[in-house]
Design a protein around this ligand. Sequence first.
Ligand SMILES: Nc1nc2c(c(=O)[nH]1)N[C@H]1C(S)=C(S)[C@@H](COP(=O)(O)O)O[C@H]1N2
Ligand SMILES: [Mo]
Length: 325
Amino acid sequence: MSSSQPKPSEITPKEVWLTRRRWIQSGLALGVLGATAGAGAWWWGREPDEATPARHGRPLEGVVKTGYRVDEPLTDYADVTHYNNFLELGSDKETPAERAAFLPTRPWTVRVDGECEAPGEIDIETILKVYPREERVYRFRCVEAWYMVVPWVGFSLGDLLRRFKPTSKAKYVAFESLYDPDHPLPGQRRLRLGWPYREGLRMDEAMHPLTLLATGLYGEELPAQNGAPLRLVVPWKYGFKSIKSVVRIHFSEHQPVTTWNRLQSDEYGFYANVNPEVDHPRWSQRRHRVLGASVFAGKQPTQMFNGYAAEVAGLYRGMDLHKFF
Ligand SMILES: Nc1nc2c(c(=O)[nH]1)N[C@H]1C(S)=C(S)[C@@H](COP(=O)(O)O)O[C@H]1N2
Ligand SMILES: [Mo]
């Protein structure tokens, strides 16, 4: 893999982080640790960051529950917001939350252009005002074989796309995350990934009602580390497709270049549908670890299309399932 990809050794196992967090909590409860930042930093064994730690976000009003809801226990808020992949903010699981304040989330504008009749821009305040705030409880499966269940807040991507009137030439939709070369984010300084982070979907995937643009989670504004203020969530695909902090959407006739597929096409396909039958070279995809579950619970079997086959299998009729990765 290219030098820019975090090595498995850089990835902090969830158990280590949890144990450390629980020790801190019980330590504080027993009064063993002083409440000073210095003691905390010593315990964590790292320098405190300039950025403020993650806190609960502003509650979103008018959130309506919908039928998009899997019947599985929700992953804890703390786990959803402190075990993240967000390379712009750092390459291990904890740093995105620690560096949340580095991400400028206002003002925020999304530019929509390419094969459409009404190209233009839309700002996040308009998006929050105009589009529904639906709570949808989705499964989320990373190719690193961890899994969570998240109560997102958002709306179908298709609702936004229609506003810009895509033409019949629009066969794909490309997405870009925030990248300002004059003010790179901490991870953008360190990693040569070919910024911005890019992703893409086929038009019918993008218009599928399950495909979500998330503006929040757990009834609150989306935390920076989860891709504030607006991120894609495609629950039947591996997590890397769910691009965070979107600033540009482009309709195109041809399959767009996407970050991981460009870096390592044999490991990260364009489609990247969750498929337990096709292993990633470094991670078997048969089973996954449920974040927050007891270390004794063991791994759970992964389902085809992450359990969304009834909804989405029809999109891929006639395609070779083994070439999806
Ligand atoms: N811009 C951007 N989007 C991104 C990533 C990233 O590094 N940068 N990581 C991806 C990966 S690999 C995963 S698993 C999910 C993680 O989302 P979460 O931190 O909200 O769980 O975000 C995806 N979207
Ligand atoms: Mo991922």
